[in-house]
Design a protein around this ligand. Structure first.
Ligand code: LLP
Length: 419
């Protein structure tokens, strides 16, 4: 839910926009710390850094005792750069870093072997390749329970239409590869989607316990289970926020059932991305043009879908506020909010499928500041250089202080890659 825009906060955002230029990502460390605190029941909270992988955000997570999930070689190297370490194989269940994916490209395979990063395998081929390259390597199994859920079809990661995870009925085959290759099983993991509906939770927990039974029946042991991520946040007024205590209690009950099956204590992990960072972030953009096309009123800002891709990609809703440059109150107007890209889909007010929507906003003028809320997750991390636009700066606010945690990229840097 967007933090209230008090006059003091409006002034601060205006000052940041003036100092660092727009478009600009701004994160609030206090919100991240609050979200971490709400998940304390879990033995391990492992941040899915794809949501926001700036190393300064990762350092903040590390200082708060949060571990990290990496899904590419780049994300493994980011975690190491942020001070995360990998312990010994014997302590692999406590590893700061886990690598989760459905395949290992050759470079990444070398990196996870070199740093001995535990691998959460989403395919049997991964197990074979890892076993060949790295005897005894610690592994998790990411399982697809045969059903999934998400805020859009594009974020549903379970069921037969999803490419993710090892299909639940193939768990015995995966365990046989682990035994044959001499890999070490740490735990079972399940992530059925992002922005999940909690009605599915009991079903997910039940599936996890059933799969632990399969491990036991095959004579293997494990030390942990992971609930994956997927915790949603209230993007719209009236969206129910997640009850983290209830969420924990359901998973804790599943853990106890799993412990009864396996015969000893199991660690319980959670792997959230969005929940930890989404509400900490805003995207600031300057209004650069306003125009009326037939019956539609357009407000054009200097940020596009190359910065915030979620509305164009999923039809995602983000709350927006306009801060008038002159501080005056203006009448509201149904407004289409769009960006600078040479592409019709560069609209921040749209539904999945590209239908353009309007938002009631104060009548905008050039020079006003648009605040796009709840963009701390899958904002900067999904940005691109489309239309040869350099990546923008990121600022981390912490109480009265703030610091730039990524400077703006330059066009020269883009061109340098091509020489
Ligand atoms: N664990 C695994 C294995 C995942 O694949 C993901 C997200 C997460 C954890 C974290 O999910 P979260 O807690 O953030 O929902 N770009 C989309 C979201 C895609 C998420 C992909 N995997 C969006 O902007 O909504």
């Amino acid at each position: 839910m967007p933090q209230a825009l008090t006059p003091a906060r409006e002034q601060r955002l205006q000052a940041l926009a003036a100092q660092y230029g727009t478009p600009l990502w701004v994160y609030d460390a206090a919100v991240i710390r609050e979200r971490i605190a709400a998940l304390r029941g879990f033995d391990t909270v492992r941040f899915a850094q794809k949501a926001c992988s700036n190393t300064h955000i990762l350092r903040l997570m590390r200082e708060q005792g949060v571990k990290v999930d990496s899904v590419s070689r780049g994300e493994v190297l980011r975690a190491l750069a942020a001070g995360y370490t990998v312990g010994t194989d014997a302590d692999a269940v406590h590893s700061d870093i886990v690598f989760t994916a459905d395949l290992l490209d050759r470079e990444t395979l070398k990196t996870v072997v070199e740093h001995r990063v535990p691998v959460n395998a989403g395919s049997i081929d991964m197990l074979e390749q890892l076993g060949e390259a790295s005897p005894g390597h610690p592994v998790w199994l990411r399982l697809n329970p045969g059903f999934g859920h998400g805020h859009s079809n594009k974020t549903n990661t379970g069921g037969e239409h999803s490419k993710h995870g090892i299909w639940h009925t193939q768990l015995p085959d995966a365990l046989a590869v682990i035994a044959r290759r001499g890999l070490t099983l740490i735990g079972l993991h399940m992530h059925i989607g992002s922005g999940v509906d909690y009605g599915h939770l009991a079903q997910v927990c039940g599936a996890m316990v059933d799969l632990v039974r399969v491990v036991k029946a095959q004579g293997l042991d494990l030390q942990a289970i992971s609930a994956g991520g997927g915790l949603s946040i209230p993007y719209r007024d009236g969206d129910a926020g997640i009850d983290t205590a209830h969420y924990f209690s359901l998973w804790d009950a599943a853990r106890q059932d799993a412990q009864a099956v396996i015969g000893h204590p199991l660690a319980l992990e959670l792997e959230p991305g969005r929940y930890l960072v989404a509400e900490s972030g805003v995207l600031l953009a300057e209004v650069r043009a306003v125009k009326t096309q037939g019956s539609q009123h357009f407000l054009l800002v200097d940020a596009g879908f190359n910065e915030l891709m979620r509305p164009a990609m999923y039809g995602s809703f983000h709350a927006m506020s306009l801060i008038p440059a002159d501080g005056q109150t203006r009448p509201t107007q149904a407004t289409v909010v769009a960006g600078p890209l040479c592409e019709s889909g560069d609209v921040f007010t749209q539904e999945d499928g590209g239908v353009v929507l309007t938002r009631d906003l104060p009548r905008a003028r050039v020079g006003d500041l648009l605040v796009i809320h709840d963009t701390g997750a899958y904002g900067a991390s999904m940005s691109s250089n489309y239309n040869s636009r350099p990546l923008i700066a990121e600022v981390l606010v912490d109480g009265p202080t703030e610091r730039q945690i990524r400077r703006r990229q330059t066009v020269d840097e883009l061109l340098a890659l091509e020489l």
